[in-house]
Design a protein around this ligand. Structure first.
Ligand SMILES: [Zn+2]
Ligand SMILES: [Zn+2]
Length: 207
């Protein structure tokens, strides 16, 4: 699976160009993302922008990128209503007013984009998703799990620690060799790391 991590600011979530046609998360600066995309593809080749969840550091530039490329925006049904809310999207935390992003595709889990299957993983937000390709054992983990056994915070709007642990359990049953998280570095011993995240999240929450 061809994955390119786009260059962006440390405040932005990671944005990944997958197989030249799918963008997994965007970051906040749509203009910067477009100039990054132009280094790799013709803009019109981009088909889908999949948002792992509603948070502004992942989604803020999505409207701009969709308009510039013609790509469709996909997000889970439980996060779609939160996307343009200043508190639920956390845009206020970034000093920005509520964005105005129009999703085209509403997900509920189980959908497939190319080789990527949508897995609903609530906990960090109600409609958080991960994307998994079983063939290449690749996982895009959004803000559900990160490197070194870390995991998504559950103290923001709609967060739920018990749900997060169930979601990490779900991920721990997958066979993953490479994991692309929403923040931080790409993880290559992902099976072990996800199990560590599950342990850490369970201890932290006392669940
Ligand atoms: Zn994030
Ligand atoms: Zn988040």
């Amino acid at each position: 699976m061809q994955v390119i991590k786009l260059e962006n600011s440390p405040y932005d979530a990671n944005a990944y160009l997958v197989e030249g046609t799918v963008l997994v998360d965007v970051g906040m600066d749509g203009r910067a993302v477009i100039s990054e995309l132009e280094k790799h593809i013709q803009l019109k080749r981009l088909e889908t922008i999949i948002l792992t969840h509603c948070h502004y550091d992942h989604s803020g530039g999505a409207g701009y990128v969709a308009e510039a490329t013609g790509a469709k925006i996909a997000i889970h049904k439980d996060d779609a209503p939160l996307l343009n809310n200043a508190i639920a999207s956390a845009s206020r935390l970034f000093g920005e007013s509520a964005p105005s992003i129009l999703p085209d595709i509403i997900l509920s889990g189980g959908e497939v984009f190319g080789k990527l299957e949508v897995i609903h993983t609530p906990g960090h937000t109600p409609g958080g998703i991960c994307l998994y390709d079983a063939e290449s054992k690749t996982l895009f983990s959004g803000d559900t799990v990160f490197q070194d056994g870390s995991f998504g915070r559950t103290d923001l709007y709609g967060g739920n620690a018990a749900q997060l642990i169930e979601s990490i359990k779900k991920l721990s049953l997958l066979d993953v060799s490479v994991m692309y998280p929403g923040h931080g570095d790409i993880v290559t011993n992902a099976n072990e790391q996800i199990k560590l995240s599950l342990l850490m999240a369970s201890q932290y929450s006392g669940i």
